[in-house]
Each structure stands twice: as C-alpha cells, then as structure tokens.
Design a protein around this ligand. Sequence first.
Ligand code: ADP
Ligand code: MG
Length: 249
Amino acid sequence: MTPLIRLENLTVAYNRHPAVHHVSGAFASGSLTAIAGPNGAGKSTLLKAIMGELRPAEGRVEHRLGRAEFGYLPQAAEIDRRFPISVIDTVMLGAWKKTGAFGRIAPAEVKRAGEALSAVGLEGFGRRHVGSLSAGQFQRVLFARLLLQDAGIILLDEPFTAIDARTTRDLVDIVTRWHGEGRTVIAVLHDFELVRAHFPQTLLLARELVGWGATADVMSSVNLLKARAMAERWDEDAAACDPEQAPAA
Ligand code: ADP
Ligand code: MG
C-alpha cells in the first residue's frame, strides 16, 4: 500500500481537552474509508486535522497535499443555508481551486457546473435559492460542487445523515465511482449497514482509536461495544492530556 496520509500519535485538543487522542495509522492512496464512532468521538475533529484546519496538540499529520487538493463536505449542522445564494453559485464555489476566490469564472466552468447539477439529478435547479431545497436536494448540490472541484482526496462528514433513501443511494453511487477513479475518500458515517456494504476500510474512533483496517475486522461486535464503553467513560477522564499516560511513540 502507498500511504497518502499518515497520522503519527495524533492528538487534537480544544482548550487542552483532547478530542482525538494518540491516533496512529495511514490512509492508502486510492482507499475508501469510513470513520465510525459514537457522538463526540472526535470524527469531525479528525477530518479537520487531516485537512490542516486544526493543529495537532501532539503528534503529526503527514502528507504532501495542499488545502485546495482536499474536497470537503462539512457536517450539515455547520452549514448556514439562510445565506442568500443560488444553487448554481453554490456549485461554482467548487471552481475556486482553478479561479481563485475573486477570479473570473470561464464559460467552460459554468457549463461544467450545469453538467455537475445534471449528474446529481438536479438539472434545471440552477437558479433556485439554496434555502428553498429539501435536505436531500441540498446534499445533491454539495456533491455537484465536489464533482466540479474534481479533487483527488475527498472528505465527507456525515454525508447521508437526515437524507432520504433515494438520495442516499444516488450519492453512495457517486462515492463508489470516485473510488473507482482512484480518488482517496474518507467519510464519517453513522449507518453501519452502509459502512459494511460500501466501505472496504473503517477507522473506528472513540476519541482514541478502537480499530483501523478492513471493515469486516474493525466492525466486530467486540469493537463496537468497546467504542461505546469508551464513550461512556469520557466524563471522568476528559481532563487535559497527561503525558504520563501517553503510549510510547
Ligand atoms: P464527532 O464528530 O465524533 O461527533 P467532534 O469531533 O465534533 O465529534 O467533537 C469531539 C469533542 O470535541 C466533543 O466533546 C465536542 O464537544 C468537542 N468539540 C468539538 N468542536 C469543539 C469546539 N469548536 N470547541 C470546543 N470543543 C469542541
Ligand atoms: Mg461530527
């Protein structure tokens, strides 16, 4: 395996309280990985650390990628849809990588944005206000934006949460296609059925790593119970990281 992103004893903290604790391992180039774990397990934090949006408190994230090489779909709760912007403009934000934030957008890009909308089943929705869309339609728009961005590594934070079954199926197909094209995809997921059916690799996180490897091995009932137990005992050990407790690097 060719590692694309390596995590070395990675700890990420908010106000010195670790949300991700001593995680080590690697994402292979072209791999398709689910990140699973209880609420508050540090999954979103881990994605942000991988992109370099959050700095490690300890350890490292190693890769040679720039921020623009990551396609990123934030968790729905972090997106404000009241912002008055049209569907097509939202998709066009995916072209930033090529145009720069204030660059002129070429007609070819506008055409590609229209094609991306068609590819997610939203032909003719370009002029609609994003605030008028259903949750599923809005998620399709964000996938169209990722299609336009054309990134080699794609990070998705709960892409199928609160989305209808039909949309989930269509968007899972796009993820599978990305994987077939050799892109590296990392997705936070809650639905274990989806993980088992479509994601060859799984990283199971409960602030600390519970398991990381082939999905069938990682998603064992023993590991899932362990993840839940680790989540339940956080309150008592959510104190600032004690270096004495750290495993030898
Ligand atoms: P998950 O995505 O697995 O639900 P998060 O990565 O969002 O977990 O959060 C992990 C822990 O870090 C939680 O205890 C959460 O409350 C805390 N946390 C997340 N974001 C912040 C923040 N911006 N400031 C302080 N604490 C945060
Ligand atoms: Mg999250």
